[in-house]
Structures are given as C-alpha cells and as structure tokens.
Design a binder for this molecule. Structure first.
Ligand code: SF4
Ligand code: F3S
Length: 107
C-alpha cells in the first residue's frame, strides 16, 4: 500500500509534504505532485503536513477520487523527483478547497 496525492493538490502545490518524506518519493508536475507507490514506505508523515489535506492512505482515498491512485502511479514514472519545499502556486489559496480540479491538471 502507499499514500496517494488527491484532487486538492492541483493548482495549490504547497510542497510541505516533500520536506518530511524519508524516502524522497514525491514527483513534480506543473501544478500537481504525486507519490511513487513502489517507493512510498507508508510512514504517514506527509499526510498531516499538507495544508490542503490532499494526501490520503490508499485505502482511505475518497470514492470520487479513486482514479488518483492510478494517476499517481502513472505520473510518478514520468515526472522529476522533488525533495525540497518551494513556493506554492500563486493562486493556491484561491484554489484550495475547490472541487473537481482534475480538469485543470497540467501534464
Ligand atoms: Fe513519503 Fe511516508 Fe508520505 Fe509515503 S507516507 S509519501 S514514505 S512521507
Ligand atoms: Fe500538494 Fe499538499 Fe504536497 S498541496 S504539494 S500534497 S503539501
């Protein structure tokens, strides 16, 4: 099992999560981060760090975000690794909490 980044990370990308990951298994796209499911050791450290509450244990991913499990696995194979916190996206506060952001995902 692994942890999964869900919908509310899109267009926020606060990156607090990467600071605590002991195995550096976050990967970064233009407006979203993903967790590599084969590298995540399920330590749960990142989950409370996300200001957008966008990280879930795989077995607790909400019903309407199930597709993010596969999406994390897919994009972790193509995006570059990120290990240090950076500024959130400029409109992060405005987008935080909006539902159904998947259509805004940039690859
Ligand atoms: Fe990294 Fe632990 Fe979060 Fe997995 S659960 S992504 S290992 S901090
Ligand atoms: Fe995204 Fe939350 Fe990390 S918004 S970048 S999962 S801290």
């Amino acid at each position: 099992m692994a942890f999964v980044v869900g919908d509310n990370c899109i267009k926020c990308k606060y990156t607090d999560c990467v600071e605590v990951c002991p195995v550096d298994c976050f990967y970064e796209g233009p407006n979203f981060l993903v967790i590599h499911p084969d590298e995540c050791i399920d330590c749960a450290l990142c989950e409370p760090e996300c200001p957008a509450n966008a990280i879930f244990s795989e077995d607790e991913v909400p019903e309407d975000q199930q597709e993010f499990i596969e999406l994390n696995a897919e994009l972790a194979e193509v995006w570059p690794n990120i290990t240090e916190k950076k500024d959130s996206l400029p409109d992060a506060e405005e987008w935080d909490g909006k539902e159904g952001k998947l259509e805004h995902l940039e690859r």
